[in-house]
Design a binder for this molecule. Structure first.
Ligand code: NAP
Length: 173
C-alpha cells in the first residue's frame, strides 16, 4: 500500500520466471494482452524506461508513469519521474484523485523486483513455457511464506495464443 492505495503487479511469466528477452516479450499471447488491458484500464501504470521503450507509446486510458535515472529523458504523453518512490507517490495521488482501484506495476523485471516489498497483489499470467533463461529478464522469486494464491482461472487458448496459460491472483499473506 502507498498512501492507502493498493499496489498490484500485472505480469506474464513463464514457469521458470522468464518475462522478457531482447527488450520484448518471449511469446505472443493475444488473450493475455486483453487481460492486461482489462486489469489496468483506468489505473495509473508504473513502468521502467526499458518497458516503455518496448511498448513504444503511452497506453491509452491510463496515466503512464515512466521511471528513469536519465534526467534528460522525455516522451510525449507520459509522466517521467526519477525514482520508484516518486512514481508510487504520483500513482497514489492520481489513483485517489480519479478513484482508480490501485496503482498497476507493469514491469519490467527491475521495477517488479524493487517494488515487491510494497506490492499487495500480483496478477500473474502463468505461461506454460520455459524459455532459455540465459540473458533473459526474470520475475523475482516469490517466497511461499509471503504469498498465497487466492484465485486461478484456466486460460482459454485461442489460435492467437502461442502457449497455454492460467490467470493467477496472489496476495501478500
Ligand atoms: N512479461 C511481462 O509481463 C513483462 C512486462 C513488462 C516488461 N516485460 C519485459 O521486461 C523487459 C524489461 O525489463 P527490465 O528489467 O530490463 O527493465 P525495466 O524494469 O522495464 O526498466 C529498467 C529501467 O527503469 C529505470 N529504473 C529502474 N529502477 C529505477 C529507479 N529506482 N529509479 C529510477 N529509474 C529506475 C532505469 O532506466 P534508465 O536506464 O533510463 O535510467 C532502468 O534502466 C523487456 O524485455 C520487456 O518486454 C515483460
Amino acid at each position: 500500500m502507498i498512501d492507502g492505495v493498493e499496489v498490484f503487479a500485472v505480469v506474464a511469466a513463464a514457469t521458470n520466471r522468464v518475462i522478457g528477452r531482447n527488450g520484448g516479450l518471449p511469446w505472443r499471447i493475444s488473450s493475455d494482452l486483453k487481460h492486461f488491458k482489462r486489469l489496468t484500464m483506468g489505473c495509473p501504470i508504473v513502468m521502467g524506461r526499458k518497458t516503455f521503450a518496448s511498448i513504444g507509446k503511452p497506453l491509452p486510458g491510463r496515466t503512464n508513469i515512466v521511471v528513469t535515472r536519465d534526467a534528460d529523458f522525455a516522451a510525449d504523453g507520459v509522466v517521467v519521474v526519477g525514482s520508484l518512490e516518486a512514481a508510487l507517490a504520483e500513482g497514489a495521488r492520481m489513483a485517489r484523485e480519479t478513484g482508480a482501484a490501485g496503482i498497476a506495476l507493469v514491469g519490467g523485471g527491475d521495477v517488479y523486483a524493487q517494488a515487491l516489498p510494497v506490492t499487495d497483489r500480483i496478477e500473474l499470467t502463468e505461461v506454460r513455457l520455459a524459455p532459455d533463461p540465459a540473458g533473459a529478464v526474470l520475475f523475482p522469486e516469490l517466497p511461499a511464506a509471503d504469498w498465497v494464491e487466492v484465485a486461478r482461472i484456466r486460460g482459454e487458448r485461442t489460435d492467437r495464443d502461442e502457449a497455454d496459460f492460467d490467470f493467477v491472483t496472489l496476495r501478500r499473506r
